[in-house]
Ligand binder design. Structure first.
Ligand SMILES: [Zn+2]
Length: 116
């Protein structure tokens, strides 16, 4: 390592140039800061990538959680209306309820309304 100002050779750990008194530490410090900035930028990018991956996973999981609601809600409303209005419920509907909405609920519907 050499002095930035006068070019004299510096020993490791020298804070000031022994010849001209130029502060050595500064340059090293700036280099360290630059490396920290680069490191920080890289780390932030990878964090963002991880965040993005979790966004994708969350979207897929939410998608699968919301998708059943598309049939669970209408089927439950249909069963509610059928019971309220004393309308017949087909065996197919009850089996679908059993399979896709509620296993126990479907069994109770089959037991409670055995006419068809
Ligand atoms: Zn010097």
């Amino acid at each position: 390592m050499y002095c930035r100002k006068c070019g004299a050779e510096l020993k490791d750990g020298d804070i000031f140039c022994p010849k001209c008194g130029q502060k050595v530490e500064e340059e090293v410090h700036q280099e360290t800061v630059r490396q920290e900035v680069v490191y920080k930028r890289q780390r932030d990018e990878s964090l963002c990538n991880v965040g993005f991956i979790f966004c994708v996973i969350g979207t897929v999981v939410l998608g699968f959680a919301v998708f059943p609601l598309l049939w669970c809600i209408p089927m439950t409303i249909y069963v509610y209306n059928a019971i309220k209005d004393k309308k017949p419920m087909s065996v197919g509907l009850k089996v679908c309820v059993l399979l896709f909405v509620s296993l126990i609920g479907g069994i109770f519907l089959l037991l409670g309304d055995p006419d068809e």
